[in-house]
Design a protein around this ligand. Structure first.
Ligand code: ZN
Length: 181
């Protein structure tokens, strides 16, 4: 749950980071930034601000804005019927983001999960994304990421987005954000 005023404030902070990209974004697009608190109500620790630029049955393009140290929690994009699940490429545009995926454990990770939730973070292969660097994630593979000290703006280029079907490792998480006046 997030209050209307906290939602608006997060949108405003996200727009400030988006402006640092220098990308051509319309006023309507900047006003459409969605704030996700993943149901935890701890937005500065666990959350994401998302600007969807393309969303069709074939593909999706989004800009994911993370505040300094904010974590987009561990999840995977499962198969749905004949669809193998969303394949996703993350590419950093501004700031730095540390992406954690299945694979060899990184022994000195740059990030720690939010306090009290460490048990719900199970993949520890770190890839540091700085502007111009990207990583491609196969469907149904667990991943999470966290912004560095200056926040981050990260492109998500993907096959069909099925956000409500995303499976989060933390059972307390829900993909819907409830906004209260
Ligand atoms: Zn994902």
């Amino acid at each position: 749950m997030i209050t209307r005023s906290a939602y608006r404030e997060a949108q405003r902070r996200a727009v400030d980071l988006l402006r640092r990209t220098g990308l051509a974004l319309t006023a309507d697009e900047l006003e459409s930034v969605a704030v996700a608190d993943f149901g935890l109500g701890e937005l500065d620790e666990t959350g994401a601000q998302i600007l969807t630029l393309l969303d069709t049955p074939e593909s999706a393009v989004k800009l994911i804005v993370l505040f300094p140290g904010q974590t987009l929690p561990e999840h995977r994009h499962p198969p749905l019927g004949a669809y193998p699940g969303k394949a996703e490429t993350l590419r950093c545009e501004v700031g730095a983001a540390y992406v954690y995926t299945e694979g060899e454990v990184s022994t000195h990770p740059a990030c720690l999960p939010p306090d009290g939730r460490r048990a719900t973070y199970t993949v520890w292969h770190e890839t540091a994304l700085t502007p111009g660097r990207q990583i491609t994630l196969a469907p149904n593979r667990r991943h999470w990421f966290q912004a560095g000290h200056d926040g981050a703006v990260v492109w998500s280029f993907s096959s069909r987005a099925t956000d409500v079907a995303d499976v989060f490792t933390d059972p307390e998480i829900s993909r819907e954000t409830v906004v209260r006046d």
